[in-house]
Design a protein around this ligand. Structure first.
Ligand SMILES: Nc1ncnc2c1ncn2[C@@H]1O[C@H](COP(=O)(O)OP(=O)(O)O)[C@@H](O)[C@H]1O
Ligand SMILES: [Mg+2]
Length: 384
């Protein structure tokens, strides 16, 4: 059980501040409550006593001050709850993207409050299990663009959310991520599996290569094929469990094979970005793979279809693909051979080659959509 030193409430409205206070008292937190009508005064208190905080920030008025408060408070604690009587998703999504972890709708219900407090008190400062998302880029064919998408999506997610994003190379025998990013990492997946499961978070982070001055952390594939052969599905499960403690987002690149390790990765992923291109053999193969996902009873919102190398005037239309696959297309990444080749040759992402190219924009917008959709999924658990 976590200790909590104080519960800070930042809310300009006198009555709702008092209601929250009375519930917190009933729940046994009388000696920990500190109430502030003024956001800045509250932040001053937080700066003076920054240890073990849970902070409630009201955003009913959608004031810039309230959003700025979230950003400031995030520097001291991740346990931020926003309260609001305005259930419009836009403001909630904005607050969540700035760093709020939970939403408490007003008028506050004691059960909702109790549930949120118990989440924060049971889990440590790090992400609770369910908040962290494993996003796997998969295709049952090679050369489709999995690594390209994994690398560029992971970096844009890190830039958009400012959260820690792990980019993990689970293409255990033919990993390309280090080459794509021109890295020469000292550690790899097999080292983490053998030595760092259940180790302290700081120790674990050291096995990752932090990418330039971003919040993307890269974990490379094993250097020797023998090392990858000894990795088991059980170890993949432990690896993910360990990574989920530290990273809000885990982006996984993997091989096209369907073997026990691959199935384990796919089963444990929260999202599968299933990638295909517009041609008949690829679409046929995709159909077979989507059937496999159905037979494994993946929920329908787990699999998102991405069309890579998309060209506007292709003979095969997107609607035709959607009809054939019986699924909506989630995203289209444009064909841009020169930018991609240039980025791979230089060992950087496409946004570092030209941040205004159609392909750089596409990855940036994809990252925003992914993070928005994840936040929206998280808030549908509340009564909105
Ligand atoms: N959007 C794109 N536009 C043009 N070429 C692309 C695109 N995405 C990938 N490619 C090309 O496809 C090749 C294979 O991509 P890669 O990401 O290595 O695929 P995979 O990981 O699925 O094997 C790359 O070398 C690149 O030349
Ligand atoms: Mg690859």
């Amino acid at each position: 059980m976590e200790i909590c030193s104080s519960i800070i409430v930042l809310d300009p409205k006198d009555n709702s501040r008092e209601i929250l206070k009375s519930y917190l008292e009933e729940l046994g937190f009388s000696d920990k409550i500190k109430l502030f009508a003024d956001y800045n005064e509250g932040i001053r208190e937080i700066k003076e006593n920054p240890e073990n905080l849970i902070v409630f920030i009201d955003i009913t008025d959608c004031s810039e001050e309230s959003f700025a408060a979230i950003e400031e408070v995030k520097l001291f604690t991740s346990k931020i709850v926003i309260t609001s009587s305005d259930y419009s998703t836009n403001s909630i999504v904005r607050a969540m993207r700035l760093g709020a972890k939970e939403f408490l709708p007003k008028p506050v219900l004691k059960e909702d409050l109790q549930r949120i407090l118990s989440i924060f008190l049971q889990h440590g400062e790090e992400q609770e299990d369910t908040a962290s998302k494993i996003i796997t880029i998969y295709s049952n064919k090679g050369g489709i663009g999995k690594t390209t998408i994994a690398v560029n999506l992971a970096l844009e997610l890190a830039k958009t959310t400012k959260d820690k994003v792990a980019l993990v190379d689970l293409n255990l025998q033919l990993g390309d991520i280090s080459t794509f990013l021109n890295l020469n990492p000292a550690f790899d997946v097999s080292y983490v599996i053998k030595n760092l499961i259940d180790k302290r978070d700081e120790t674990l982070l050291k096995a990752f290569e932090k990418y330039k001055n971003t919040s993307m952390y890269v974990l490379a594939d094993p250097s020797y094929i023998e090392q990858s052969e000894s990795i088991t599905p059980q170890q993949i499960t432990e690896l993910f469990k360990t990574l989920k403690r530290v990273f809000p987002y885990i982006v996984v690149d993997m091989s096209s094979n369907i073997d026990p390790n691959s199935l384990k990765i796919l089963d444990l992923s929260d999202w599968i970005m299933f990638t295909t291109i517009v041609n008949i053999p690829a679409i046929r193969n995709s159909q077979r793979c989507l059937n496999l996902f159905k037979s494994r009873r993946y929920p329908s919102d787990k699999v998102k279809i991405i069309i890579n190398r998309y060209m506007e005037n292709d003979e095969i239309k997107i609607e035709d693909i959607e009809t054939t696959l019986g699924e909506k297309i989630y995203w289209k990444v444009p064909n841009n051979y020169f930018s991609i080749m240039d980025s791979i040759n230089k060992g950087v992402t496409v946004s570092e080659i030209n941040s205004n190219s159609n392909i750089a924009n596409s990855f940036r917008d994809l990252a925003s959509k992914v993070s928005d959709d994840i936040v929206e999924m998280a808030i549908t658990k509340y009564r909105i």
